[in-house]
Write a protein that binds this ligand. Structure first.
Ligand SMILES: Cc1ncc(COP(=O)(O)O)c(C=O)c1O
Ligand SMILES: N[C@@H](CCCC[NH3+])C(=O)O
Length: 448
C-alpha cells in the first residue's frame, strides 16, 4: 500500500517585504527622554509648538523622492500633492527633480507661488472647475489629464488661438486594487476616467485627436491607493499597451507618454507590506518592454505619481493625553486630536500604531485603545495597542506614518482648529504651517 503523502499546498505568493513604520532617523533619546526624529526630541517639539502637531522629517521626504527617481531613471516621477502639500514640501519636491500632480486651482496656485515650474505640473480632476482650468492655462501647466469625453471640447474652447495644451487621457483598465472600496479607481462603475472596455476610451481618443488646440501625449491610469502588490500594475500594462496598438493601427498615432499613476502602499503597522520602487521598476519596466515589443510599439516614457509613499512615512503626529479611563473592562486613552486631523480611521477603518514619545517608561505594558476628542464613538486612532501602564494625562504620544492624507483631509470638526506642521532636519525643528486658531475660525463668521 502506498504511503499516504501529505497534501501539497501551492507555494505562498511572494510577499512584499515589510517596511519600516517610523522615519529612518527615529532614535531613543538617551537618559529616558523618549523618542527623537531628525535629531529633535519629540517631547521638545510638543512643548515648543503645542499639540497636536505634525512633524515632517525633511530628509525622509527627500530620500523617498530620490528613491523613485533612482529606481526609474529617465521616467517622470510626479509627487501627488493631495497627500500633503505645503510651501516647503513643494520646494523639497522641486529640488529633488520631481514633477507635481495637483487636482485643484488651490494646489496649483500654492505650487506656482512657491516657485514650482508650471511645465512640471500635471492637473487632474474628475470635475475640474472653470477656475481650475483657467488657472492651469494661465500658469501654463505641462499636462492636463482629461477625465471624461464631455471635458474635451470645453477645455479646447478655453485654449487661446495659436496655443496647444498637452493632455493625457485617463482610462479605466478594469483592474480592482486598493485598500478600501472608496479608493479603488481602476474599475468601471466609479466616477474617474473612461473605460477601456466597450470602446469608450477609443472614442475619447478619436475626439481628442480631432482637437487642434489639444495635443494628446498619451494615456493615464490610476488604479487606486495603498496597493501592496504589483500584480494590478502588470495587468494595467497588459491592457493599456494593446489599446495603444489599436490607436496606432486606427489613427497612425504613437504616443510618447504613459502615466501609470500612484497608489504605492506603505506600512502603517509593524509587519505591513509596502511597495519597493526598485522592484516596481524592474517588474513594470520589463512588462512594458515585453508588451511594447509584442505590439511593435516604441516604449513610451513612463510617469508614476507616488503620493502616500513619499509623504506618509516621513510624518509623525504628536498628541497629548487628555484622559485615561477604564470602562466596561476597556482602557481608553483620549488624546487632544483625532478625526478632525486624521479622518482615515473613520473613513477606511485604518488602525495605527502608537508609542509613548515624550519620556521613557519601565512600567509593564497594558493593552489600551487610543481615541480622539471628537463627538463620535468611531473616533478611534489605535485599538488594542500596548502602552506603558503608567500612562497619564500630559504624556506625549506619537503616531507614525502620519504624513499623507491626514492634514490634507483635516476638517474643522468641533471647531478645534487644524494642527501646525513642523519640519525636522539635522537636529533642528522649524515651523512650516502654523496652527489654525479659534480666531481664524471665528473670522469666517460674517453674518447673523
Ligand atoms: C490621479 C492620482 N494620482 C496619484 C495619486 C496618489 O496616490 P497615492 O498617494 O496612493 O500614491 C492619486 C490618489 O490616489 C490620484 O488620484
Ligand atoms: N485619501 C485616501 C487615499 C485616496 C487617494 C486620493 N486619490 C487615504 O487616506 O488613504
Amino acid at each position: 500500500m502506498a504511503t499516504p503523502t501529505a497534501p501539497v499546498s501551492p507555494p505562498p505568493p511572494p510577499r512584499t517585504p515589510a517596511a519600516p513604520v517610523w522615519p529612518a532617523s527615529t532614535r531613543d533619546v538617551p537618559g529616558g527622554g523618549g523618542l527623537a526624529v531628525g535629531g529633535v526630541p519629540l517631547g521638545e517639539i510638543a512643548d515648543r509648538f503645542g499639540t497636536p502637531v505634525y512633524v515632517m522629517d525633511e530628509d525622509e521626504v527627500r530620500s523617498r523622492a530620490r528613491a523613485w527617481r533612482a529606481a526609474l531613471p529617465g521616467a517622470d516621477v510626479a509627487y501627488a500633492g493631495k497627500a500633503f502639500l505645503s510651501r516647503a514640501m513643494i520646494r523639497w519636491i522641486e529640488a529633488e527633480g520631481l514633477s507635481l500632480d495637483v487636482c485643484s486651482a488651490g494646489e496649483l496656485e500654492l505650487a506656482a507661488h512657491s516657485g514650482f515650474p508650471a511645465e512640471r505640473i500635471v492637473l487632474h480632476g474628475n470635475a475640474k472647475s472653470p477656475d481650475d482650468v483657467r488657472a492651469a492655462l494661465r500658469l501654463g501647466v505641462g499636462r492636463i489629464v482629461i477625465d471624461g469625453t464631455g471635458e474635451i471640447a470645453r477645455l479646447a474652447a478655453l485654449v487661446p488661438p495659436g496655443a496647444r495644451q498637452r493632455v493625457l487621457l485617463r482610462v479605466v483598465p478594469g483592474v480592482s486594487a486598493g485598500a478600501h472600496a472608496a479608493v479603488r479607481t481602476g474599475v468601471e462603475g466609479q466616477k474617474f476616467g473612461v473605460p477601456v472596455a466597450g470602446g469608450e476610451a477609443e472614442e475619447a481618443v478619436e475626439r481628442l485627436l480631432g482637437q487642434p488646440r489639444l495635443e494628446l501625449a498619451g494615456l493615464h491610469c490610476h488604479l487606486g491607493s495603498q496597493i501592496a502588490g504589483l500584480g494590478p500594475y502588470v495587468t494595467a500594462v497588459r491592457r493599456l499597451v494593446p489599446l495603444l496598438a489599436r490607436i496606432r493601427d486606427r489613427h497612425g498615432v504613437t504616443f510618447p507618454e504613459l502615466d501609470l499613476g500612484g497608489g504605492f502602499a506603505i506600512a502603517y503597522r509593524e509587519g505591513d507590506p509596502a511597495v519597493d520602487p526598485g522592484t516596481y521598476a524592474e517588474r513594470i519596466g520589463s512588462e512594458l518592454d515585453l508588451q511594447c515589443a509584442r505590439f511593435g510599439l516604441p516604449r513610451p516614457r513612463l510617469t508614476v505619481e507616488p503620493g502616500r509613499w513619499i509623504a506618509g512615512p516621513a510624518g509623525v503626529a504628536l498628541y497629548r493625553v487628555l484622559s485615561v479611563k477604564t470602562t466596561a473592562g476597556r482602557t481608553f486613552v483620549a488624546v487632544d486630536g483625532g478625526m478632525s486631523d486624521n479622518p482615515r480611521p473613520a473613513l477606511y477603518g485604518v488602525r495605527y500604531t502608537v508609542r509613548l514619545a515624550g519620556r521613557a517608561s519601565a512600567a509593564p505594558g497594558r493593552s489600551v485603545t487610543v481615541v480622539g476628542r471628537h463627538c463620535e464613538a468611531g473616533d478611534v486612532l489605535a485599538e488594542d495597542v500596548e502602552l506603558p501602564g503608567d500612562l497619564r494625562p500630559g504624556d506625549v504620544l506619537a503616531v507614525p506614518a502620519a504624513g499623507a492624507y491626514h492634514l490634507s483631509m483635516a476638517s474643522a470638526y468641533n471647531l478645534v482648529g487644524r494642527p501646525p506642521v513642523a519640519a525636522v532636519t539635522g537636529g533642528r525643528a522649524r515651523l512650516l504651517v502654523r496652527r489654525e486658531t479659534l480666531d481664524d475660525l471665528r473670522s469666517r463668521e460674517v453674518g447673523e
